[in-house]
Design a protein around this ligand. Structure first.
Ligand SMILES: Cc1cc2nc3c(=O)[nH]c(=O)nc-3n(C[C@H](O)[C@H](O)[C@H](O)COP(=O)(O)O)c2cc1C
Length: 255
């Protein structure tokens, strides 16, 4: 394996236990300069990255804290402001710019995680910014209400304690489809269930499902983990915030 593949294969999440060791400003700059190299639709870079260096602020934002954190937001404000500055109009209403902007944003975020790992820095992606009252993220970071949505937060730092193992991944049928979509057979589904049960593979979120009396890891996953947040009637706060951003307004598709 070359160094790039070794870096990618060594990626892992540090679940909240980062040490007090700080990332240097030089390394932070290397990560930021690398992440914006990711591909981006129409060469627009439809995102903003908010760098957070205050650990208390990180906790308020997502519940975790490391040396630095990057909040990756889908964001069209810079592009719209430049348009206005030049006397042009640039409209981004609708779900298409949201999906395209989200793609730009997430590619930059994953590139940041890889760049960090190449420098020996670990990370944690968290959607903790979407838990609780999401408006706090807008307030704490002074995000514009329109055409800006905080998509994912990447906490960076050094682990307090080395994780015992790398989490596994599924790779075969059901994940990779050659040529056309292929629906896993009953036998293949049973193999998937077994793979999750295999404690050597570390595919699941925990190894405690057996002690809790479940026959399979996925039985625990579907009944306990997936049932954590019950369905509420009405719109979610995230939906309301997306409405406020303008990203859910009816699409104006150019023919
Ligand atoms: C969108 C997203 C949100 C996540 N949110 C959290 C989180 O809030 N807390 C956490 O401990 N891990 C979080 N993770 C990390 C995953 O749990 C982790 O990637 C997964 O268990 C696989 O482990 P690994 O990254 O160590 O291989 C998140 C990952 C993603 C991609």
């Amino acid at each position: 394996m070359n160094e790039t593949l070794k870096t990618i294969h060594s990626l892992r999440s540090i679940h909240g236990n980062f040490s007090s060791q700080e990332i240097t400003d030089e390394d932070l700059k290397l990560i930021l300069d690398a992440c914006v190299r990711a591909a981006n639709a129409s060469a627009r870079q439809s995102y903003s990255i908010v760098v957070v260096e205050d650990r208390d602020l990180m906790k308020k934002l997502c519940g975790y804290a490391g040396s630095k954190a990057l909040v990756f937001c889908v964001d069209y404000n810079r592009i719209m402001d430049v348009a206005e500055h030049l006397g042009h109009r640039f409209s981004v209403d609708g779900v298409i710019p949201f999906v395209t902007g989200s793609t730009d944003t997430i590619l930059a975020a994953q590139t940041a995680a890889i760049a960090a790992k190449a420098l020996g820095i670990d990370s944690l992606f968290t959607n903790g910014i979407h838990r609780g009252d999401i408006t706090r993220v807008y307030e704490l970071l002074s995000l514009p209400e329109k055409y800006c949505f905080p998509l994912i937060m990447l906490v960076l730092g050094y682990p307090k304690k080395e994780p015992g193992y790398l989490k596994g991944r599924l790779r075969g049928p059901g994940v990779v489809h050659y040529g056309k979509y292929y629906r896993a057979t009953a036998d293949e589904l049973a193999t998937l269930v077994q793979q999750y049960d295999d404690s050597e593979k570390h595919l699941g979120l925990n190894d405690t499902w057996k002690q809790k009396g479940f026959e399979h890891y996925l039985a625990w996953f579907y009944t306990v983990w997936s049932a954590r947040s019950g369905k509420k009637s009405g719109k979610s706060q995230m939906y309301e915030i997306l409405e406020r951003t303008g990203f859910l307004e009816s699409d104006s598709v150019k023919e």
